[in-house]
Design a binder for this molecule. Structure first.
Ligand SMILES: O=P(O)(O)OC[C@H]1O[C@H](O)[C@H](O)[C@@H](O)[C@@H]1O
Length: 317
């Protein structure tokens, strides 16, 4: 039975359940049938479905459900470190911590909650984490599904310390694709990137678009705020809009590395592509009392629908 958006109670449509390990899961639904699932472990979005109920994010079928570890897939949050560019565990600790539902977050700009199904989550620095990263912070994440089925993530990180600190950050987004060989990314051409396969060497992208025929592990620098990932076979395009996130990490492990990963099927590299809106090259510096905001909005449009080319900006975010 259909529901009219006018009478849809977005709050009531937000359900909190538990997974088999007892970890809280927030399910967001729209009247048109789009949905997302967010785990309180890591504030990781583990599912995002369109109005037809089709999954749009990749999750490894070999995911090992070891309690208190992020699973491979969805959108893990990398904070306060991306990759291994510091002394912390890979991609920082935030993705492996339990987050709380924040019932009363400081207000976001007007209208952010209207017509959306959303949840606010909160992570604060713990005594344990202070031992390896001695900074007090409050990290608020709002995850929303809009009435059009778009997935939106807004991160606000506040320094509640007496001293400045800096961090790197990424929305480590595992997109589900039909066949990696048929995928093209538009919006990164002509940019410089750091190549993780060559000791982070800085290289200028020469291709007209990014395509895939072997392992890729790069960080594109100073990128535009709209990136498109075209899936030729499915005839659909992921449009990635971002704000406050200058870099884009692109990763596909390809065949050999896939076989070496215990929580990843040997052939699964064909169905995934990580395209992470991020701050990596120049970390964010926060003075005491300051707050940083990083926004990501993911939509899916038919590939014939090219309006994402119209004004490559993110003003509608
Ligand atoms: O295995 P994960 O924690 O999801 O990280 C997977 C990948 O993430 C990033 O893109 C890094 O650049 C890669 O070197 C890393 O292997």
């Amino acid at each position: 039975m259909g529901h009219s958006a006018a009478v849809w109670d977005f709050r009531a449509a937000t359900e909190i359940t538990k997974d088999q390990n007892g970890i809280g899961q927030v399910v967001l639904r729209t009247p048109q049938g789009a949905s997302a699932r967010v785990s309180l472990l890591g504030a990781q979005v583990t599912s995002w479905r369109n109005e037809q109920g089709e999954e749009l994010l990749f999750t490894s079928s070999k995911t090992i459900s070891k309690a208190l570890k992020a699973t491979r897939g969805g959108i893990p949050i990398c904070f306060p470190q991306f990759g291994n560019c510091g002394s912390l565990e890979l991609h920082g600790f935030a993705r492996n911590r339990m987050w709380a539902v924040d019932e009363n977050p400081p207000p976001l700009p007007a209208n952010d909650s209207s017509g959306k199904s959303f949840v606010d989550l909160l992570l604060k620095s713990s005594e344990e984490d202070m031992k390896c990263w001695p900074h007090s912070f409050e990290f608020r994440l709002r995850v929303s599904v809009t009435k059009d089925g778009d997935l939106s993530l807004i991160s606000r990180i506040r320094n509640i310390n007496g001293k400045p600190f800096s961090f790197s950050f990424a929305y480590h987004t595992y997109l589900l694709v039909s066949d990696i060989s048929e995928i093209r990314i538009e919006g990164l051409e002509t940019l410089d990137y750091l190549d993780n396969l060559f000791q982070k060497e800085r290289i200028t992208e020469q291709g007209d678009a990014i395509t895939f025929e072997s392992e890729v592990d790069r960080v594109y620098l100073s990128s535009p705020n709209v990136i498109a990932v075209l899936d030729h076979e499915r005839k659909q395009t992921y449009v990635i809009k971002k704000e406050g996130l200058p870099d884009v990490a692109v990763w596909n492990p390809w065949e050999k590395k896939s076989k070496a990963m215990v929580d990843f099927g040997d052939e699964e590299y064909k169905q995934m592509l990580c395209v992470d809106a991020a701050v990596i090259e120049k970390p964010v510096n926060l003075k005491p009392g300051e707050e940083w905001t990083g926004r990501l909005q993911l939509s899916v449009v038919p590939s014939s629908f090219c309006s994402y080319h119209v004004g490559l900006d993110s003003s509608s975010l």
